[in-house]
Design a protein around this ligand. Structure first.
Ligand SMILES: [Zn+2]
Length: 286
């Protein structure tokens, strides 16, 4: 059965941007702050990438979702204000892009609250969350529900949104799943001594693989969620390829292009079934 998209639409697509800037490098290694060139590679995002991508979005008439770590908001408040002023959604992405793996409830709650406080200083109250590195814990949905988030976009077990309960809390979230195949990190990220395979792909190839996925989601009534980083996809030929992709996705008949917050609100209004997190453990050795 097809997902009940609104107004007779047959599928949905969302363009999302993770404005990590320096935060993801510093979370990985605080001493990286001494590497001026590496810091400048990350600063390209808010300095050049975001303004260029905002121009692309304006030309295409697309409203996007920007996931902003609190640290980015503190370092680049004007960038966040610009994103908001252009009518886009700003959502939560940790404080210093923390690695959540192994954090207990209290530690993870502290990073969530710190991120919320940073966004609050700019007047932003996010309804959506995306875990840094898409790394969640089994208690993460509880923490999000307790804080009034309405959706998460960090899990990888679906083609369409679904409702997800916490392990302990009342209520639920909408989960809008993602996929590493639809993330520019795997295509473009390379910095010596920091990340990447050393292979930097052609934007032409990237456009092709992402359009194939969008077309297949369109055929199957799915939800195409693309994740880009302004320090990667804000570069000239990559932004140009992304603009062509946006045009191609918009031209798919009945494709609903919307920010994640709107997709989540629609999903919450039509979905009745609520999924419980299901932990699967390895059998203990006998
Ligand atoms: Zn990120």
């Amino acid at each position: 059965m097809h997902f009940p998209w609104p107004d007779g639409r047959r599928a949905a697509a969302s363009f999302t941007f993770d404005v990590d800037a320096e935060s993801c490098v510093l979370a990985h290694d605080p001493t990286a702050s001494s590497r001026m060139s590496l810091m400048s590679h990350q600063a390209y995002g808010p300095r050049v990438g975001v303004p260029r991508l905002l121009r692309v979005l304006r030309r295409r008439g697309i409203t996007a979702t920007f996931f902003v770590p609190g640290f980015t908001a503190d370092c680049y408040p004007d960038t966040v204000r610009r994103i908001v002023d252009e009518g886009h959604e700003v959502a939560h992405h940790g404080y210093l892009h923390e690695r959540m793996q192994g954090l207990d409830r209290k530690e993870e709650a502290e990073t969530l609250d710190r991120g919320l406080e940073a966004l609050d200083r700019l007047g932003v109250r996010p309804t959506g969350y995306r875990a840094p590195w898409w790394e969640t814990n089994w208690h993460t949905p509880d923490l999000l529900i307790e804080r009034g988030f309405t959706y998460d976009s960090s899990l990888l077990d679906g083609d369409v949104p679904y409702r997800l309960a916490g392990e302990r809390s009342e209520g639920s979230l909408v989960e809008i799943p993602v996929d590493w195949g639809l993330d520019d990190w795997e295509q473009y990220a390379f910095y010596p001594g920091w990340t990447g395979s050393g292979v930097i792909e052609s934007p032409r190839k990237v456009h092709e693989m992402w359009l194939l996925e969008a077309q297949a989601h369109h055929a199957e009534g799915g939800c195409f969620v693309l994740t880009n980083h302004p320090f990667l996809s804000g570069r000239p030929s990559r932004a140009a390829a992304l603009e062509r992709l946006m045009e191609d996705v918009q031209s798919l008949d009945g494709m609903w292009v919307a920010p994640l917050g709107e997709i989540a609100a629609h999903a919450a209004s039509v979905l009745t079934e609520i999924r419980r997190p299901r932990r699967i453990e390895a059998l203990e050795a006998s």
